[in-house]
Design a protein around this ligand. Structure first.
Ligand code: NAD
Length: 366
């Protein structure tokens, strides 16, 4: 199997590439623009292997995408490249519109042109998996779960850009017959997670004895999915998912943000004890504008139709994650040095610059 993975130097993309190459033996071409969130070091476990190559390119570059399809001749495309941090989308939405909407459009067009030239068997076997988020569904109250038929109701520039890209992907299936499958997943966590997101930032700040800022009262609920469980789900969906369908992926692990932070503190206290428990570092800060109260995924379709099950509970996954950060300072230390920290995600007047906010974020939200 020859697979193009866009965004393969990112957090989820690199977990997927490692799974496809090391566990499944596929040939993988990673396409990644190596933005602030892209990290070649996350691909170190597959570096130098014949089955993997990295193309440093922007998905908005149509000529580069056409050349990649023509040269690599994929059986499958798994599209993860995106601007992914909600707070950055509030500070500067332009990069999100460009990469998430325009980039997805260009990739769909490049895929469609390549796919149209395949023979019948090749066209039938081809799959384009568009990877998206449960944030497209908006916010839940205390009860209920997102299903594949929940109406779209995005709150942030990030989730609106992802919602738009989902519609583009579905339209390319309905209009042109391109065999597109869409997946919408909950919050991921695990190794190689860029340290601006809640879990890695909390681990690294707590280790350094720095403040642990938590938005609002930390009551917002997220449904946590271990990234390696997600990578297996994506592989299954690309292989056996029905074109035109959506598959929700979630770990059935709902937690309040404050409980996530406390759990990380206790895991670290048990491994690297300090005189004062790390919970004392928690600081409540002004909430994120438009902060969705609760996300929770019903993954029944994926479980019943494709036989997927999350292997990690939140407890086992968080312990593995803490252990990974403790043992892999080589990966995160250079990233910590490259940004200063500071609040992102408060709206700036008239920001429509098309550029990603600089790599200066260190805020706690999921
Ligand atoms: P990430 O920010 O860690 O990685 C994104 C990758 O895409 C980076 O390597 C970056 O360099 C690359 N990229 C960005 N713009 C690009 C462009 N124009 N051309 C080529 N490459 C580009 O993101 P992630 O957390 O790994 O998320 C991957 C996908 O999964 C995204 O589509 C995201 O919306 C979706 N998702 C993520 C989560 C989560 O919890 N992290 C949850 C739901 C959905």
């Amino acid at each position: 199997m020859r697979v193009i993975v866009t965004g393969g130097a990112g957090f989820i993309g690199s977990a997927l590439v490692r799974h496809l190459v090391l566990d499944r033996g596929h040939d993988v071409l990673t396409i990644d623009a190596l933005t602030y969130a892209g990290c070649e070091a996350s691909l170190r476990p597959v570096a130098g292997r014949d089955e993997h190559s990295l193309l440093h390119a922007d998905i908005c570059d149509k000529a580069a995408m056409d050349a990649a399809f023509a040269r690599f001749r994929p059986d499958r495309v798994m599209h993860l490249a995106a601007e992914s941090h909600v707070d950055r989308s509030i500070t500067g939405a332009g990069a999100f519109i460009r990469s998430n909407l325009v980039g997805t459009f260009i990739l769909l067009e490049a895929a469609r042109e390549y796919w149209s030239g395949l023979d019948r068997a090749g066209r039938e076997a081809f799959r384009f998996l568009h990877v998206s988020t449960d944030e497209v569904y908006g916010s839940l109250g205390p009860e209920g779960l997102f299903t594949e038929s929940t109406p779209y109701d995005p709150s942030s520039p990030y989730s609106a850009s992802k919602a738009g890209s989902d519609h583009l992907a579905k339209a390319w299936q309905r209009t042109y017959g391109l065999p597109v499958v869409v997946s919408n997943c909950s919050n991921n966590y695990g190794p190689y997670h860029f340290p601006e997101k809640l879990i890695p930032l909390t681990i690294l700040n707590a280790l350094a004895g720095r403040a642990l800022p938590v938005y609002g009262k930390g009551e917002n609920v997220r449904d946590w999915l271990y990234v390696e469980d997600h990578a297996r789900a994506l592989d299954l969906i690309a292989e056996r998912g029905r074109p035109g369908e959506t598959y929700n992926v979630g770990g059935r692990n709902e937690r309040r943000n404050i409980d996530v932070v406390r759990r990380i503190c206790s895991a670290l206290d048990a491994r690297v004890p300090t005189a004062i428990p790390r919970e004392s570092l928690i600081e409540f800060v002004a909430d994120r504008p438009g902060h969705d109260a609760r996300y929770a995924i019903d993954a029944t379709r994926l479980e019943r139709e494709l036989g997927w099950r999350a292997r990690e509970t939140f407890e086992t996954g968080i312990d593995k994650t803490v252990d990974w950060y403790l043992g892999n300072a080589w990966w995160w230390e250079p990233l910590r040095e490259s940004y200063a920290g500071g609040r992102l995600g408060l709206p700036a007047a008239g920001v429509a610059d098309g550029a990603a906010a600089g790599p200066t974020a260190a805020m706690v939200a999921a």
